[in-house]
Ligand binder design. Sequence first.
Ligand code: NAD
Length: 261
Amino acid sequence: MTEPQRVLITGGASGIGYAMAIAFLEAGARVHVADLPGTEERVPEGCGFAGVDVSDPTEVDSLFRAVLSPTDSKGLGGLDVLCANVGVAGPTGPIEDLDAADWDQTMAVNVRSAFLCCRRAVPALRKAGGGSILLTSSTAGISGFPMRTPYAASKFAIVGLGNTLAMECGEFGIRTNVLCPGSVDGERMQRVIEAEAEATGISAVDLRNAYAKQVSMRTFVEGRDIAAMAVFLSSPEARYVNGQTISVDGGLETLRTIWRT
Ligand code: NAD
């Protein structure tokens, strides 16, 4: 019998990360979630939990010490899969109105967190004889996203990080792939739409319909659609899938500024 995969998911107390945690558990994996302190009650039953800010190098170091420790029963004792999934929406508005502090914060949570987790995960995955790194970018990280410059730039950076790690670590059997979710139905997208409604004066209902119309299949997607792709990409069936940027979005045609079209 093969050993269960040991999976670390950042941002697993909500949204896509939560759906990933459920999907990996259902696939028989052992799952550890790292999310902000105070979110433990939202984590799916059966997962380990660490309350950390993953944009902080010291906190990420202690997270990995605990997760990898062979003697800490709350950890995984090693690692086969890292899902570096945490991300925030960042500010909405024309570039001339945005603050440098908000830019820095978006980059720290969306990009530095992934770098910090990958640099601790790679030696552990090498020790395991290989493994899978999944980075969550966004369709905004392929096409750009007007009025969301910090977010789009951070998501392009994630694609660059993923492509480079795929090249740097492929020879060790570590596969790195980047997931680009489209608009995911849920609280976060609702918050994004409300911020845009506030910034533009267009109603939230009209904005939501406009988002769906940008997609060939005229739909939002769900967290479980991204999670299913994550489980597949980490499975032996995907053993030669490396360095890919994969959208799960119903076929996004454009992310043009809705209110100027
Ligand atoms: P979400 O807000 O529902 O969940 C994010 C989780 O990350 C939360 O549980 C939050 O507590 C945690 N978190 C935030 N900052 C943290 C930090 N510094 N340290 C530790 N945990 C932290 O978001 P989501 O919709 O599930 O998004 C997950 C990923 O998918 C993000 O990278 C996001 O950019 C990307 N994405 C989302 C959508 C969408 O429509 N929801 C679309 C494309 C890409």
